[in-house]
Design a binder for this molecule. Structure first.
Ligand SMILES: *Cc1c(COP(=O)(O)O)cnc(C)c1O
Length: 390
């Protein structure tokens, strides 16, 4: 059982809600800093889509990370959390005109462009403002991330990015336009990549593409390798902080950087995943024919990853007062059969009113919540916020 939860504080809050351990977040940010120290050309941008809780964003901005946004709303959230505009990169296959305009007006660091029509629109909107937009092209490197199909983004049949053979013509087109400036290449092969060696083929592919750029006498100021580093969902207490040293070492060793070239990273899950838990209460223990159900007051409207990606989250009973155990199917209240967090989980014998934590839920948890079934959105609290209450 975890001793990382301030049970007395959690007990008094109406459930379900997200609880964020900012001490673990601080340690994680320190680990990223340590792993990139001594490499002034490495820049880490936090992928805001993983968790946009204002307090967490504020912590992350204070630690000196940049922001990686995929919408105008995320650019706004990043700016108000204190991320400097010149640390913001902006990706997405479907950028609306107002979102591009917002990025231009804020003078963000770089647009990661995913198609030629988008490049033309950015150029037009920038011209109308008398600005020049820095653009990197997102290239689909056709590298297999060996992860769940719904979170693989770097294969050829994916909607993201430009095909490799379209790279040079796209750069030539950018050079011909007056209000965009080509600055580099962007990649992102997928998410929850647990074996860092998966990034070696990405580096090799980037090296090949850079050789093609050299042959055309094109200079890329930056290479953005995206995000995707995974976390340990199975034993979160054993690996609360991902192995950032091993991750960055792969790029240090395998990516052939050109002189003065900067390398950008867009880490989301690995920054915030382990610091968050969804806290729920047991509503009912229901005896089925052949099994027992633990019915929680949280469902897939609060945490959709198990239903959407067949993802596993460790489930803990935080308040049980027995060591005797029982197997339960842990389910939510939503009127859908897919509203199951996990099946046949061994837990201490549980009762109505017990507090339960779904661990490793800091990334793609609260941000993906919905109001389906007219449910209220879960709130998110940091430890500091809970303690500071009257
Ligand atoms: C989602 C996303 C990321 C972050 O991915 P993680 O797996 O959370 O690190 C980075 N870059 C882009 C372009 C993304 O879409």
């Amino acid at each position: 059982m975890s001793d990382t939860f301030p049970i007395d504080l959690l007990r008094t809050e109406p459930t379900p809600f997200y609880y964020y351990d900012t001490r673990l977040l601080a340690d994680t940010l320190a680990a990223i800093k340590a792993a990139t120290a001594g490499d002034a050309d490495f820049h880490v941008h936090y992928a805001v889509k993983a968790n946009a809780h204002p307090e967490l964003l504020h912590y992350i901005a204070e630690a000196g990370l940049g922001a990686d946004c995929v919408s105008g709303g995320e650019i706004r959230a990043s700016l108000s959390a204190g991320f400097p505009a010149d640390s913001i990169v902006y990706a997405g296959v479907g950028k609306s005109d107002w979102e591009i305009a917002l990025g231009l007006d804020a003078d963000i660091f770089c647009f990661n462009v995913e198609s030629l029509p988008e490049l033309e629109v950015i150029n037009e909107l920038a011209a109308a403002r008398g600005r020049t937009a820095r653009v990197a092209f997102r290239i689909n490197p056709n590298v297999d991330a060996h992860t769940h199909a719904n979170i693989t983004t770097g294969l050829n049949e994916n909607k993201f990015g430009l095909a490799m053979e379209d790279m040079i013509p796209a750069i030539r087109r950018a050079e011909a336009l007056s209000h965009v400036r080509f600055v580099g290449l962007h990649f992102h092969i997928g998410s929850q990549i647990e074996d860092v060696r998966t990034f070696i083929p990405l580096c090799e592919r980037i090296n090949e593409l850079q050789d093609r750029l050299d042959a055309e006498d094109i200079r890329a100021e930056l290479i953005n390798v995206g995000g995707g580093l995974g976390i340990d969902y199975v034993t979160p207490d054993r690996t609360p902080i991902p192995d950032f040293a091993a991750y960055f070492a792969v790029f240090r060793e395998h990516l052939k950087r050109r002189p003065g070239q900067s390398v950008h990273f867009e880490l989301g899950r690995s920054v915030v995943g382990q610091c968050g838990s969804l806290i729920a209460r047991v509503l009912y223990v229901k005896e089925g024919h052949s099994k027992k159900f633990l019915i929680l007051d949280a469902g897939f409207t609060d945490l959709i990853r198990p239903a959407l990606y067949q993802a596993h989250h460790c489930i803990e009973n935080l308040t049980a007062d027995t060591t005797a155990t029982e197997r339960y199917d842990v389910v939510g209240p939503i009127c859908e059969s897919s509203d199951v967090f996990d099946r046949q989980v061994e837990l201490p014998v549980s009762r109505r009113g017990d507090l339960v934590a779904l661990r490793s839920a800091g990334a793609y948890g609260e941000v993906m919540a919905s109001g389906y079934n007219c449910r209220e959105l879960p709130r998110g609290y940091t430890d500091a916020l809970l303690k500071g209450r009257p």
